[in-house]
Design a protein around this ligand. Structure first.
Ligand code: ZN
Length: 305
C-alpha cells in the first residue's frame, strides 16, 4: 500500500485538509468552513478517513491558527489556547486525531508549518534560519532554526511585535487606532494587517486601488517589522505571503523600504541588491500552510521512528 500523509491547515475561517504522498502529489483535498470544533474537527477526521482508504496513512500534520500549546509536557499539549475565535479557546486538536487514527500527529502554528514547508521544498531551501511571514487577515510569522520550527516560552508571535508609528504621505504622524483585539494600533497586526488597511481606507483592502498612497505606508510598516526580524533572528531569507502582498506592488516597495530602515548597518549584499532574493514570495503561494502541514506530518513520522 502506498504511504500517504494527512495534512490539515487549520485557520480561523477555513480548514483545508488533504491526503498526499508529497507536496506535488495531493491525492485529495477539501475546504471546510471553520465552524465550531464539534463540527469542524469530526468533518476533518471523516475526510482523512475516506480519502486515505486503500492507502497506508503514516502520519498527520496540523498547521494551526493560534496561540497553541506546544509544550509536550503540558496537560493541554496540542490544543488551541487563548484565541478570540468564538468556541475555539482551549480546544484539543491533536488528541482527537491521535484517537481516531493511532498515527503520529505533527502539530505547530500555521506559520511555523508554512516556514518548514518553504524550507524543505519551496522558496527558502538551503536557508537556515528562515522566516515565513503572512500578511492577510492577520499577521503571523514562523521561524525555522537548525531545520526545526522555533519553540520556546511558546512560539514566535511576530504579528504582535510592537511597531512605532510612521509618518503618513501628508507628513502627519499616523494616528490610526488599529485593529488588534489586544493591542489596538500598538502592534504589527493592528497597524498593517489586511483589516487595518481596510479600516484606514474605509473599504475592504481588496478594493483599495494599487496607486493609493496607503500601500506606501503599508510597505513602511512591513519594512519596520521585517527589520526587527532581521536584527533579532538574522534569517538568511524571509518568505512573505498573504493577500496583502499581492497588492500595490507591496513586495517590491517593502524590499526598498527595508534597506532604508536598516540604513546600511546590516549591509549584507543579499539585502542591499535591488529586487534581490532576500525577501521573497512563497513558492507554494496560497498552499504554503497546507504544504506546511504535510511537512509537519513527515517530521512527526521521522520523530516517531
Ligand atoms: Zn496585537
Amino acid at each position: 500500500m502506498a504511504r500517504v500523509y494527512g495534512a490539515i491547515e487549520g485557520g480561523g475561517t477555513k480548514f483545508v485538509c488533504a491526503v498526499a504522498t508529497g507536496p506535488h502529489d495531493i491525492i485529495a483535498r477539501v475546504r471546510l468552513d471553520t465552524r465550531t470544533p464539534g463540527v469542524t474537527i469530526p468533518d476533518a477526521i471523516a475526510f482523512i478517513r475516506e480519502a486515505s482508504r486503500g492507502y497506508d496513512l503514516a502520519a498527520i500534520g496540523v498547521a494551526c491558527f493560534g496561540p497553541i500549546e506546544l509544550d509536550k509536557g503540558a496537560a493541554d499539549y496540542g490544543s488551541v489556547t487563548t484565541t478570540v475565535k468564538p468556541g475555539w479557546a482551549h480546544t484539543p486538536i491533536v488528541a482527537p486525531l491521535r484517537e481516531a487514527f493511532g498515527v503520529p500527529v505533527g502539530f505547530d502554528t500555521d506559520v511555523n508549518g508554512a516556514a518548514l514547508g518553504e524550507v524543505r521544498w519551496g522558496a527558502a531551501q538551503g536557508c537556515d534560519p528562515a522566516v515565513y511571514l503572512t500578511v492577510g487577515t492577520g499577521i503571523g510569522g514562523g521561524v525555522i532554526v537548525n531545520g526545526t520550527p522555533l519553540h520556546g516560552l511558546m512560539h514566535p508571535e511576530v504579528g504582535h511585535l510592537p511597531i512605532p508609528r510612521l509618518q503618513m504621505a501628508d507628513g502627519r504622524l499616523d494616528d490610526f487606532p488599529g485593529v488588534c483585539a489586544y493591542h489596538g494600533g500598538g502592534c504589527f497586526e493592528g497597524l498593517a494587517s489586511g483589516p487595518a488597511v481596510g479600516a484606514r481606507a474605509g473599504r475592504p483592502a481588496e478594493e483599495v486601488p494599487d496607486d493609493d498612497p496607503l500601500w506606501e505606508l503599508e510597505a513602511g510598516y512591513l519594512a519596520v517589522g521585517l527589520a526587527t526580524i532581521v536584527c533579532t533572528l538574522s534569517p538568511r531569507r524571509i518568505v512573505v505571503g498573504g493577500g496583502v502582498m499581492h497588492r500595490g506592488n507591496v513586495l517590491h516597495r517593502t524590499r526598498e523600504r527595508l534597506r532604508d530602515v536598516l540604513a546600511g548597518y546590516v549591509g549584507r549584499p543579499e539585502i542591499m541588491v535591488p529586487n534581490g532574493e532576500y525577501v521573497v514570495a512563497p513558492h507554494f503561494g496560497q498552499d504554503a500552510g497546507l504544504v506546511g502541514a504535510l511537512a509537519l506530518a513527515q517530521a512527526a513520522e521521522r520523530g516517531a521512528r
